[in-house]
Design a protein around this ligand. Sequence first.
Ligand code: NAX
Ligand code: K
Length: 504
Amino acid sequence: MRILTAAQTRQADQATIQEENSSSAALMERAATALTEWILARLSPPEADPTLVFCGPGNNGGDGLVVARQLHQAGFTVQVFALPAEGYSPDFDANRQRLPAGLALQTLSAAALPVIAPDALVVDALFGTGLSRPLTGLAAAVVQHLNQAPARVVAVDMPSGLLADASQPAASPVVRARHTVSFELPKLAFLLPQNAAYVGRWHTVPIGLSRQFLAEVETNMYFTDTALLAGRLPARDQFGHKGTYGHALLLAGSRGKIGAAVLAAQACLRSGVGLLTVRTPAVGYDILQTSAPEAMALTDPAPDFLSELPELTPYSAVGMGPGIDKAEETKHVLEQLLRHAKVPLVLDADALNLLGANPELLQLLPADTILTPHPKEFERLAGPARDDYHRLELLREFCRLHRCYTVLKGAHTCLGTPAGELYFNSTGNPGMATGGSGDVLTGILTALRAQHLPALDAALLGIYAHGRAGDLAARHTGQAGLIAGDLTRFIGPALQELTTPDTF
Ligand SMILES: NC(=O)C1=CN([C@@H]2O[C@H](COP(=O)(O)OP(=O)(O)OC[C@H]3O[C@@H](n4cnc5c(N)ncnc54)[C@H](O)[C@@H]3O)[C@@H](O)[C@H]2O)[C@@H](O)CC1
Ligand SMILES: [K+]
C-alpha cells in the first residue's frame, strides 16, 4: 500500500467525499466509528473507567467528540475536554452540538488540568495530520500533562505533536501513546525508530477512502504488503530443471566466520535456486561441505580469507560479504568482482565496509546491484545522518547516484531504489535482531537474483520473505529464542505464500 503525506491524506479525504457525494461530517463519523469499534473490541466499560477524551480545535478534535459520544452511549464513563481556541472546525462544531445531555464539553485551562487516574483510558484527539507548527502554551502543557499520567493513551490518527511526514521541531512535545490508531494507512512517522516511544503500537482501521484515489495518487513511499507483492514470484515451471533456476555464487566466510557462509548458503538453497557454489577460504571447506551438502564448495587458495576472484562464467548471480574479512586481498576480490561481473550482484557486511573505506570502488558498482547495509554500514557508505528522516534522504540520494537498490535494515527495513522510491517492509520481529540474520537475507536475495528476477522484485520479495520466515519461526522458538538458523527452515513456507498460484 502507499504511504501518503499529510497533504495527500487531505486530498484523499476530499476525493472520497466528492466521489461519494457525501460530506466531511459523514466521513468523520465513519472514521471515528471505526476507532470506537477498535476500542470496543478490546475494552469493556469497567476496564476503561474513567475514559478521558482530549480534543483539539480541528477535525482530529472532531473525531474525539464522536468517539466520546459513542463510548458514552456504549456505557463508558466519559469526560470530554477541548482546548480553548478562537475558532473550531465546522465538523468539530457540528459534533459539539451532537454531544448528549449527560456529556458536557469542558474547556481546558492551564490552572486546572484534569486529574488522570492511573487506570484511566485517555483518548488523544488533540492534533492529527493538520499540525502545522510546534506546540506551545496550553497545548504543550496538556501534552506534557498526558505524558506524566500513568494512564493508557490511545492516539487518534497520530500521537498529538508528531508530524506525519517530517522531522519534529525541537522542543515541541509529543504525546507518548500506548496505541496509535491511524485511518486507513500508516504514516511515515510510524515507521521510523526515533518515533517509536510516541507512536507505541500502531494499527490501521479502514474508513473507506476512495480506492481510485489510493491506487492513482503519485507517491514514492510504499508499505510492502502481500497486495504489493502479488504477481512478482512466478510458480515453478512443470518442466523446469535445475538449470532453469539459476546458479548462484556466494563469496563468503573467513576464519572464525564460516558460519556466516553456511547460513547464507542454507538460505540461498531454501530460496529456490537451481545450483549453488560457495567460495570460502580453505578453512571453510570441510565445514561447508558438512553443513550445506547441497552446495558445491570452491576453495580459495588463501587459508583464512578470500584472496582471488574465481571464474565467473557459470553463475547467474553473485552474493559477496557474509563473514568475509576486510583484508587487502579481499578488497582486491571485490574490486575485480565489480569490474568484471556481468550478472546481478548482492553485497553485504564487510563487502559494504570495504566500499565505505574505498569510496572509489563505488564508481564501479554495476547498475541494479543490491546492497544490504544496517544503519552503521550505511553511515560508512553515505555519511552520518542527523536523524531518521535525514537518513532516508541520504538513502534516496545514494540509490539515485549509484543506480543501486539499498536495503537499509531495521524494524521496518527500507528499500531505496534508483528511481527514488522507498519501500518499508511489514514483516519481521525483534527476535530477528540476532547474529546471522543478515547472512540469511543475503542468501535469499542472491538466490532470487540468480533465478532472473528483476532487482526490485527480488529485493521486495526477499526482504518480505525474510521477515515472514522470522515471524513463522518465532511461533515455535519465541522471539528471544530465535536464532538465524531457524529462519532458514521457514523461508520455503514464506516464499510459498507469495508464489503466484496457477489460475484456471
Ligand atoms: N478531512 C476529513 O474529511 C477527515 C479528517 N479526519 C481527521 O482530521 C484530522 C486532520 O484534521 P485537521 O486538518 O483539521 O487538523 P488537526 O485537527 O490535526 O489540527 C488542525 C487544527 O489545529 C490547529 N493547530 C495546528 N497546529 C497547531 C499548533 N502547533 N498549536 C495549536 N494549534 C495548532 C489548527 O489551527 C487547526 O485548528 C486527521 O488527523 C483525522 O483525525 C478524519 O475525521 C477523517 C476525515
Ligand atoms: K491525535
